[in-house]
Ligand binder design. Structure first.
Ligand code: HEM
Length: 142
């Protein structure tokens, strides 16, 4: 699966609009959605989530900036995926988190959101989560 130049443009544009909302608000929206749909995940995360909001937004920003050239951050993504195995994250969790992320992006970008943007983000998240899941699979067989 690959993103077209047009999809990359859509993702970058919508992410710019989205980031204009404060990370705390966006983070709150994302984790509230995640934990209300899947309460059992709450215990995997720290009690205080402020730091977590910022880390998630910063990381997504790095990824969006590098979309044209994801290879350049392959090592970072691999390391992040390894840490996620230690947090207890399983491959099935990626779809759950992806749904909450897309829901949040849709809410946060408002009228700029359309089917094309949704498809572009879905492909982007699928590429990223497949990369992370592959690392997970490797780590589990070690
Ligand atoms: C593409 C998807 C994801 C991205 C970009 C992402 C990003 C991050 C980042 C940047 C951190 C901060 C710590 C670190 O870098 O290790 C983090 C921590 C964490 N993430 Fe994710 N994550 C993703 C998917 C998931 C999934 C599917 C789960 C499953 C529920 C998850 C659960 C966690 C947990 C439990 C922590 C640790 C909190 C802590 O103990 O401080 N993440 N994530």
């Amino acid at each position: 699966m690959e993103l077209s130049q047009y999809q990359i443009k859509l993702i970058k544009q919508s992410w710019r609009n989205f980031r204009d909302v404060s990370p705390a608000v966006v983070g709150d929206l994302f984790y509230s959605k995640l934990f209300s749909d899947h309460p059992s995940l709450r215990k995997m995360f720290p009690k205080k989530m402020d730091e977590q909001y910022k880390k998630l937004i910063d990381t997504l920003t790095t990824i969006v900036v590098r979309l044209d050239n994801l290879d350049t951050i392959n090592d970072e993504i691999t390391e992040m995926a390894r840490r996620h195995v230690d947090y207890g994250v399983k491959p099935v969790h990626y779809k759950i988190v992806g749904d909450a992320l897309l829901w949040t992006l849709k809410k946060g970008t408002g009228c700029d959101w359309n089917n094309e943007t949704e498809e572009a983000w879905l492909s982007c998240y699928t590429i990223l989560s497949n990369l992370m899941i592959n690392v997970t699979a490797q780590k589990e067989t070690l």
